[in-house]
Design a protein around this ligand. Sequence first.
Ligand code: URA
Length: 197
Amino acid sequence: PRVQPAGDLGNLGWDDLETRIRGCEGCVLCKRRKQAVPGVGDREADWLFVGEGPGAEEDERGEPFVGQAGRLLDTMLAAIDLRRGDDVYIANAVKCRPPNNRTPDAAELAACFPYLQRQIELVRPRLIVALGRPAAQALLNEEVRIAASRGKLFSYKGIPVVITYHPAYLLRNLADKAKAWEDLCFARARMAELRNA
Ligand code: URA
């Protein structure tokens, strides 16, 4: 495709940002998407959850985490008294569905990152939860192993980042669910500290 990188998104507001995302041709993922999936939720949320990229149902509906992994994400949110759309914003590291749900590669993550960056600037969350490796690597710009990163606080431009397993991974690895719940409690405790600071 004609490659038109996201480039400098300057001071774009939400409407212009979403228009840019929907029309993006910044990497090969635009070729096979049905639609780009910008994000969903409270645009002034304290919590930002970042996933990997849209799957088939998200590509169909234009909303992140509406398939099976999304139902588990909703359960994870409920475990710490959160609801989609209520003090939570949800976005993905890449906005277009990778073919057959393959993991987005480094070039795709980099091409799409300015959109996530601008979303973060607009939401100004107190805390970011990275769901899985691609999300964590996009935010931290370094190699990440989830098992080694759990229970630690990382930072994206001064915003604390907690890393945990992606819900799609948890659907295949039920034994790690308890660890993800621990991570959510860790995140909730950090949020309480941030609010009391
Ligand atoms: N997995 C993700 O990472 N994001 C979605 O939106 C759906 C599934």
